[in-house]
Design a protein around this ligand. Structure first.
Ligand SMILES: Nc1ncnc2c1ncn2[C@@H]1O[C@H](COP(=O)(O)OP(=O)(O)OP(=O)(O)O)[C@@H](O)[C@H]1O
Ligand SMILES: [Mg+2]
Length: 366
């Protein structure tokens, strides 16, 4: 079997178990992003794949080979770390070629690989500069270059962009996605930033406390989160959660300050599930103003009252910090660039985009 397989791997430090049995499989050539809050075990997982950290139990296969007890350099992997110390006394070419030279790779082969990687990373004109004379983004690309020259079967990235400013991070995200297309290699990328996960991944693995909460494409995890954790983690700003009760023969969700009819699809789902008390999930982007509705052909808007605390103008939309009954929520309302600050009053919500979760288990009701 090709790709990378983690079979029931666990990790304990003494009596403390940080990774319960973990099973994951990455296809050859796939770009997988493992995302989760700080301390959930992302780096530990990546370091076990790399062979920098022994597993406590379980097995790891890379490209069809059992590498569970193989040394890092026998695994055909290249890793880019969050803190990528470059050698200050070496120029870009020297930094990029260091590992190859150490491995005794012939000189012309080293030069060829550095040239290809530098072209790919647009570093050709900086090959003879020292790291101190480069911008943060260029340095970051040199760190990537060090990995790329190795041309490994699998690339592992541990939060490689977190030292960069927001604009550069956005640029590097795109560059990494392009790089993945060019290299066509399996890439496993770890981050706590769900935007990075959404923008780059073929598949996202959402982890919490060592447990996989959901695995799916960005569309799947955004549109069909399996539970409250995934729903709250994926999406920006985060989904609003409101306690609600299902009422009536054609169930509506009713809570403090709202009463929303459910579309037939959700009515069916709640009747099958039988739950009475639920948590309703309303994404900020599915609110709309009464004049400019927006939405799609499937949208079914219902009125909902918002008490606006703050309206932030960001051009095409306004972000509202508002209240529904006693509960603070956020809403992103599409309006024209000339719009006045939005006020408290009636708004709309697209009821086809309501999420419902079982109040006791936190699992999606659908
Ligand atoms: N040597 C160690 N001894 C005991 N516990 C450890 C050790 N190394 C890591 N841990 C624990 O293992 C858990 C997972 O750590 P890990 O570094 O994998 O998290 P992470 O998801 O990468 O977090 P971050 O986003 O902050 O980098 C943490 O709770 C951490 O405290
Ligand atoms: Mg980490």
């Amino acid at each position: 079997m090709s790709g990378v397989q983690l079979n029931d791997i666990t990790k304990s430090y003494g009596a403390v178990n940080v990774i319960p049995p973990l099973n994951l499989s990455f296809d050859e050539g796939e770009f997988v992003v493992i995302v989760g809050p700080s301390g959930c075990g992302k780096s530990t997982t990546l370091r076990m794949i790399a062979g920098l950290e022994p597993v406590t139990s379980g097995s790891i296969h890379i490209a069809g080979k059992d590498v569970t007890w193989a040394r890092p350099k026998e695994r055909d992997i290249a890793m880019v770390f969050q803190s990528y110390a470059l050698y200050p006394h070496m120029d870009v070419a020297g930094n990029m070629s260091f590992a190859l030279r150490l491995a005794g790779t012939p000189k012309d082969e080293v030069e060829k690989r550095v040239k290809v990687a530098a072209d790919m990373l647009e570093l050709t004109e900086y090959l003879h500069r020292k790291p101190k004379d480069l911008s943060g983004g260029q340095r970051q690309r040199v760190a990537m270059g060090r990995a790329i020259v190795r041309d490994a079967y699998c690339f592992l990235f541990d939060e490689p962009l977190s030292n960069l400013d927001a604009k550069l991070r956005a640029t590097m995200r795109t560059e990494l996605a392009i790089l993945h297309k060019k290299l066509d290699r399996t890439m496993v990328y770890v981050t706590h930033d769900q935007i990075e996960a959404m923008t780059m991944a073929d598949r996202i693995v959402i982890m919490e406390k060592g447990n996989v909460q959901q695995v799916g494409s960005p569309r799947e995890v955004y549109n069909n989160p399996k539970n409250l954790f995934v729903a709250g983690f994926i999406g920006s700003p985060s989904m609003n959660f409101l306690d609600a009760e299902l009422q009536g023969a054609e169930p509506r969700i009713v809570g403090q300050g709202f009463d929303l009819a459910l579309p037939p699809r959700l009515q069916q789902a709640v009747q099958n599930h039988g739950a009475r008390n639920v948590v309703a999930g309303l994404r900020p982007e599915h609110f709309a103003s009464t004049e400019a509705k927006g939405g799609t052909a499937e949208s079914r808007f219902a009125p909902i009252a918002l008490t606006v605390e703050v309206a932030e103008y960001i051009g095409s939309s306004q972000f509202l910090a508002a209240n529904i009954g006693p509960k603070q929520v956020s809403a992103a309302i599409e309006v024209g660039p000339d719009s006045a600050p939005l006020q408290s009053g009636d708004y709309l919500f697209d009821t086809n985009r309501i999420y419902l979760f079982d109040k006791t288990t936190g699992e999606a009701v659908a």
